[in-house]
Every structure is written in C-alpha cells, then in structure tokens.
Design a protein around this ligand. Structure first.
Ligand code: SIN
Length: 487
C-alpha cells in the first residue's frame, strides 16, 4: 500500500500552491513520483516568473503588518505551527518517504527535526536583542536595534524536504520577515503539507508563500526582484554560485548551505567499534545523500584492517528496499542521474586500482536502488576524493600520521563537515582546530541538531542555520543615534 492510502489527513496532500493566502493552481502541472515504486503520486503547479512575482508582491504586502506584530505574537503563531507539525508528524514523514525515498524511520526523525526548528525559532523570536553603546558626546545616546531584513526567498533541496523548509521559514518569520519558498521539484509535497499546516496555524496571508515549478524561471525572479532582500539556499555549490551572482545585482543578503566533502578520520587510539557505528551513521543516512555525509574515510594504517573488517560486516547487514518496508536502512536514490553518477564513481575508482570490498552495483529492489558499497585501496587521484558522492559509497584511504590526515582532510575546496575518532585529548583539540570545516564531529558521526549552528566555510558556503546564530542571517543591524539630550 503506498503512502497516500495511509495518510490520516488526506487534505495534507496538496496539489496547489500557497500565494497570498490563496491555494492556487496554474495552467500546467508536473508530476511527482514515489521514488521506490516510480508510481505517480500527485501533480503540482508548474509555475514560472509571473506567479513568482505575484508571490513576492504578496509577501511584500504582508510585510509591514507581520513585522509590526510583537515578537511574542509571532512566537505564538509559530508555536501553533509547531504543534500542528508535531500532531501531523506521521503524515509528514509518509509524504517525505514517498517522494524522497528515505526510510520511514529516517523520515520520522526528519519530521521531528523539522518541527524542532519551528519551536526553536518561536523561542528565539523573543530574543532578538539589540544593544546600548557608550555615547560619543554628552548629548547623545547610541542604540542598536535588530530588524527583520524584509522579504526573503528560500530555495530548498530534495534530501530534507521537511527540515530545510522549516530551517529557513521559521527564523525568517521569527525575525519579522515574510518568505517565498521554492521547494525542489522532486519533493514538493512535504513542503506543501508544511505550508498547509502554517496556514491552518493562522499565519497570516502572504507571510508564507510557496511555489512549485520551473526552477530556472522561479530562481531568476527570486534572485532578481528588488523587493526580495534575502535569499537562502541549500543545494549544490555550482547552483549556489549562480544564485549569488544573480543576487549580487540587487545586493541581497545571502545564506548558502552548499556541497560538502566530509572526511572521517580514524586515529590509531580510537575506539574502533564506536568509530564503526559513527561511520555507518555518517555515511549511510539518507543513502549517502546529505551534504554532511562522509565522502572520504581516512583510516590510520595500524587500524585499517580492523576498521575495514568491522565496517564491512556492518554494511553487509544494512537492509535495502522501499522505505515503507519495516527495517529498511537504505532507500532508493533520488533519480536515474544520481544512480549513473554513483556507478561512474565506482568505474573510475576500479579503473585506478580500487577494490570493492562490498556492494558496488545497482540493487535488485528497483530502478533507483544502489547497494551500500565499501571501496578499499582508495587514492586521492580517484574522482570521489574531490567530488561529492551523494550516494551509498564509502571509499577508505590509509594514512600514516596526524599531519598527513589533516592535510588530506583539508585538501578540498569544500568545508562543510568533518569527523574524527581518537582519544588523545591534545590531538582532539589540535585536529578540531586544524580542520577547515564549519562543523566538526569528534567521536560522533551525527552532528545535526537545532541548537547548533549548521553551516560551512570555503566553497561550502556561508551563513549559519539553527542555533542562537540562526536568526542573525534574517536581520539587519540598525544604529540609532539619539542626540539633543540636554543634561
Ligand atoms: C543537508 O544535507 O543539507 C542537511 C543535513 C542535516 O541537516 O543534517
């Protein structure tokens, strides 16, 4: 039975977009498929530049009333949205599993993670503190206030179709901004369901707008329209660069959460069993399709064989299949293109001398499935040392000393997440500080949570999402100089 038949609230499956408080459809549509079965599950509007402009106008119209609400009022509405997201988490998870392919247990985790961003920013709305600065002359007082940046545009990816929506919309709304969202074409249904719940929560018309359709036309309007003052994007580095270029014309504020190439270093004093557990989590979550998934395992030569044996044994136990089947760990990849890319990494590596210790081929569960794979004798000359794999392939490289491990880890243009396992406290600090990544996991393979600042450096982007820093990206700092105060 597919997901739609098991939804408790069938009205959460929306095939219209939310623009200025109206659920609208257009002249043309595109289909959304279940990634495990290839069945069509819905058709959504194929909107373009005109509808995007209308949505931006609606967001602009709603801005002054929304920003005039007190933080406590905005927080209360966000809290209602959070309550509804929690109450409907099981349906949200089913939609995410159907359209993205991720296992239901992961989608349930994502639904909770997505809701947590709304709750977090409902609280942070009340903490948008300013400052009072010592005055420059006796008749002055200097006050600094934080204000919402204005109309925001959020462009979100398919790998976290729920959490990336709330990670952008919730801080925007908390800061007093309005937003136009464009979810990925592969996974619009999770986003539309969240928009339906925001609408139901009483978030006023025009404050959240959500459009599906032509990504180039919508993207151009969102990045070019002068009413939009901020663009936040999660996705690939090449697309991020394009968005930055397009946004530069009107000097918009931008947040870029882009690609990664995470190293996972295992030092010889690491607890190898724990490192293996962390490695499974950091590599195979969402079939390897997250920006913070391990791309390169760097294992000290002294523990290489032990790690490889234990890791391969664990990988061989991962269950591949339709995400709705109980016990499934690895679902389908998002597209045929993703599958072909994964195959091409394996072909390149084996041609250059790598060995496939486990997996290495498409999986019999369906057209988009790929076996969880372990590759040994990996070398920096292989393509997957520099390129983001975004699939369930784990290349294992050997190293001899700490300096080499850090050098290998940092020799990439990316700088999103890095992980390492070891117990020497001096080395823990040295390596954590030396790794050129925005996020570092020490003795853990799971680093995402709403309390922590998510974001990268180098070509992985800039800006931070979540945490106490997450609101900053949606605010501007205004300095008010009050003079004429006679003593
Ligand atoms: C991402 O891959 O972009 C997000 C991953 C996460 O939040 O854990």
């Amino acid at each position: 039975m597919n997901s739609i038949e098991t939804l408790k609230r069938t009205d959460l499956l929306r095939e219209r977009c939310l623009v200025g408080g109206q659920w609208t459809n257009g002249n043309s549509t595109f289909d959304v498929f279940d990634k495990a079965t290839a069945e069509k599950i819905a058709s959504v509007p194929n909107f373009g530049a005109d509808e995007t402009k209308q949505a931006i106008d609606q967001a602009y119209k709603a801005l002054s009333a929304w920003r005039a609400k007190t933080p406590v009022q905005r927080s209360a509405l966000l809290r209602k949205w959070f309550d509804l997201a929690v109450a409907n988490a099981s349906d949200l998870a089913k939609l995410a599993t159907a359209e993205s392919g991720k296992p239901l247990k992961e989608a349930e985790g994502e639904a909770a993670y997505a809701a947590a961003y709304i709750e977090w920013f409902a609280e942070e709305a009340k903490r948008m503190y300013g400052d009072v600065i010592p005055n420059a002359s006796p008749d002055q007082r200097i006050v600094v206030i934080k204000q919402g940046v204005g109309v925001c545009a959020g462009i979100t990816p398919w790998n976290f179709p729920l959490a990336m929506i709330t990670r952008k919309a919730a801080p925007a709304l908390a800061a007093g901004c309005t937003i136009v969202l464009k979810p990925a074409g592969e996974t619009p249904l999770s986003a539309l369901a969240l928009a339906a719940l925001a609408d139901e929560a009483g978030i006023p018309a025009g404050v959240i707008n959500l459009l599906t359709g032509d990504e180039i036309a919508i993207g151009k309007e969102l990045t070019g329209n002068p009413l939009v003052r901020k663009v936040t994007f999660t996705g690939s580095t090449p697309v991020g660069k394009l968005i930055v270029k397009q946004s530069a014309e009107t000097l918009k504020k931008v947040t870029m959460e882009l690609g990664g190439n995470a190293p996972f270093i295992v030092f010889p004093d690491a607890d190898i069993d724990k490192a293996v557990q962390g490695a499974i989590a950091a590599k195979y979550r969402n079939a390897g399709q997250t920006c913070i998934c391990t791309n390169r395992f760097l294992i000290h030569s002294r523990v290489f064989d032990e790690f490889t044996d234990k890791f391969t044994k664990q990988v061989s136990q991962l269950k591949v299949g339709n995400g709705f089947e109980p016990g499934v760990d690895i679902g389908p990849l998002i597209s045929q293109e993703a599958l072909e890319k994964t195959k091409s990494f394996i072909a390149d590596a084996t041609e250059k001398g790598a060995e496939i210790t486990f997996g290495g081929r498409p999986h019999s569960s369906g057209k988009l499935f790929f076996e969880p794979t372990v590759v040994t004798k990996a070398k920096p000359a292989m393509r997957f040392f520099q390129e983001e794999i975004f699939g369930p392939v784990a290349p294992l490289y050997a190293f001899e000393d700490e300096a080499e491990a850090v050098q290998l880890a940092n020799s990439t243009p990316y700088g999103l997440a890095g992980y390492f396992y070891g117990r020497d406290i001096g080395r823990i600090w040295r390596v954590a500080e030396a790794l050129e990544f925005g996020m570092v996991g020490v003795n853990t393979g799971l680093i995402s949570n709403v309390m922590a600042p998510f974001g990268g450096i180098k070509e992985s982007g800039y800006g931070r999402e979540g945490s106490k820093y997450g609101l900053d990206d949606y605010t501007t700092t205004k300095y008010v100089c009050m003079a004429g105060i006679e003593s």
